[in-house]
Design a protein around this ligand. Structure first.
Ligand code: UN1
Length: 517
């Protein structure tokens, strides 16, 4: 009898997305011309080779830049609402390909299929947002101090926008940037993580199809592939006025210095060390859902993942028992199988980081109360599956201060009032996301006040992860200060110009200065 292969529709998805048996990488629109060394993409799900991709050489890169620079000349003159129409079509294509792309994300990155679909939904949402925005790229008008003068500001596109994204959100973070940049009139060059190149190629194929169908230049959407050496080509390049980079704080510091050195702009979305404060007035059921999804979703590899639970001493045992009980229910396995909650981490290096973190917390005096194992045997052949861990720790442990990109949750205790909890929460270098679980108005408002959370995102009765695209996304301190996606984040993709027009026959000077000839 022939065995029935359950590949969860991966082969079909790869075909549908045009990434089956390819050997390319660099592209400008639908034109491929990669000449660099080959990298292989292996799935953390089953350890199998997904495909081979070619990296970008300096020559390839210069060709891409030429195509992008020339495409910008056309794209920038198209009225913004018409660019919005193109982004609308792109969003429609994503709706068509949602299942296939969600599967590829799950297979190449390892997050659950539901989260893969969620990621594509974020792309669709930002397209809708950008379409509306294409009619709202507003500037202000001001009253001139001089008679017969009109003063206002307007926004023009910047040019070529460079996007460097991480493996953990291999498609959505590109779309946050690109959908806004496109309606703003910019063209984009994207370097996805070398750990998830197939996702990059799949997205580029979808975009290229839309630009081609509209007879638009190929160079509006461009893809380059490789490691930090390829990233460096962008960060050093004065033809790229804005670099938007998502990843580790270590990477962000290098990018920031390089780009600032040439007075370019950078938009940085870096590490987090996100905490949920659990007060005596917290709803335990909500706390457990928020904390567990926050800590184990995407196998703890979101920049918004919950890493610290700061629990009031009066609630400590109760919350600990409830969270431990929930962890004991977690099913770990193939993320494409919807019965499982947790898939693999991205690779064996991540497994090592997870193990090292747990060793370090014990060395510093903490205690691992759940997890710590690397799973083996049938279904775990890739070697990338770990049991999400919980450790009891102290806030000032070095390892607790550090962002470990793996499913490790630290339980910390506070006493007294919410200000003590806030001191612990804010007492780290990172400042991305934060949350408080409370039904007490005073605690909630204290958390949101000027003396409250110092993070870019502060939630009440919601976990730290899973932000909607409508708000500005990003954080303070070592998170890098950038804001992406919603609200007025679009402004970073444009240059502002202040215009003053004199419609009189005199030339009065500002500040009342007299200069008679
Ligand atoms: C990231 O991990 O880089 O808020 C982005 C969230 C997602 C985005 C995370 N919407 O968890």
């Amino acid at each position: 009898m022939q065995a029935v292969a359950t590949d969860f529709g991966i082969e079909k998805a790869l075909k549908e997305l045009g990434v089956k048996d390819i050997n390319e990488g660099t592209s400008t629109g639908s034109k491929n011309f990669s000449n660099g060394e080959v990298i292989e993409s292996y799935s953390p799900v089953d350890g199998k080779l997904i495909g081979k991709v070619k990296t970008t050489t300096k020559e390839d890169y210069d060709k891409v830049l030429d195509a992008a620079t020339s495409a910008f000349q056309t794209w920038r003159t198209m009225p913004a609402p018409q660019r919005g129409e193109i982004v609308r079509q792109f969003g429609d294509k994503l709706r068509e390909k949602k299942e296939a792309l969600g599967k590829l994300v799950s297979y190449e990155m390892g997050k659950s299929y539901q989260e893969g679909l969620g990621e594509v939904q974020e792309m669709i949402d930002i397209c809708d947002f950008a379409v509306g925005l294409s009619r709202q790229l507003h500037g202000l008008t001001m009253h001139s101090e001089r008679p017969g003068h009109r003063m206002y500001e307007q926004y023009h596109p910047l040019g070529v926008v460079g996007i460097i994204s991480a493996f953990n959100f291999p498609v959505a973070v590109w779309a946050w940037n690109t959908a806004l940049a496109w309606v703003c009139g910019d063209v984009c060059i994207w370097k996805p993580s070398e750990k998830t190149p197939m996702c990059g190629i799949a997205c580029q194929n979808i975009a290229a199809e839309v630009f081609k169908a509209n007879d638009l230049p190929e160079g509006i959407s461009n893809l380059i592939i490789g490691d930090h050496r390829v990233g460096e080509m962008m960060t050093k390049d004065t033809r790229i006025p804005l670099i938007s980079a998502t990843g580790s704080t270590r990477m962000g510091k290098i990018v920031a210095q390089e780009v600032a050195g040439r007075l370019g702009k950078s938009l940085l979305e870096l590490g987090g060390n996100n905490a949920i404060i659990v007060t005596p007035d917290a709803d335990i059921k909500m706390t457990v859902i928020g904390a567990v999804f926050g800590a184990v979703g995407t196998a703890g590899q979101r920049c918004t993942s919950t890493r610290r639970l700061i629990i009031h001493e009066s609630m400590y045992d109760k919350v600990k028992d409830a969270v431990v009980a929930a962890y004991n229910q977690l099913k770990i396995g193939n993320p494409l199988d919807e019965n499982n909650h947790v898939g693999p981490v991205i690779d064996k290096d991540a497994v090592k980081m997870y193990q090292d973190a747990l060793e370090r917390v014990v060395d510093e005096g903490g205690k691992v109360i759940v997890g710590g194992e690397v799973l083996s045997g049938e279904g775990f052949e890739s070697g990338c599956y770990v049991r999400p861990a919980i450790a009891e720790a102290q806030p000032d442990y070095k390892i607790v201060q550090h962002e470990t990109f793996a499913p490790v949750l630290y339980l910390l205790k506070y006493s007294g009032d919410v200000h003590n909890a806030l001191e612990i929460q804010n007492g780290v270098k990172q400042g991305l996301s934060s949350a408080i679980m409370t039904n007490n108005l005073r605690e909630a408002e204290a958390f949101l006040s000027v003396q409250g959370s110092d993070c870019g995102i502060a939630n009440v009765n919601i976990g730290t992860s899973g932000a909607e695209i409508g708000g500005a996304f990003g954080g303070e301190k070592e998170t890098g200060g950038g804001r992406e996606s919603g609200s007025d984040a679009w402004k970073v993709y444009m240059r502002r110009q202040t215009n003053t027009i004199n419609y009189t026959a005199d030339l009065p000077l500002a500040q009342g200065i007299k200069f008679d000839l």
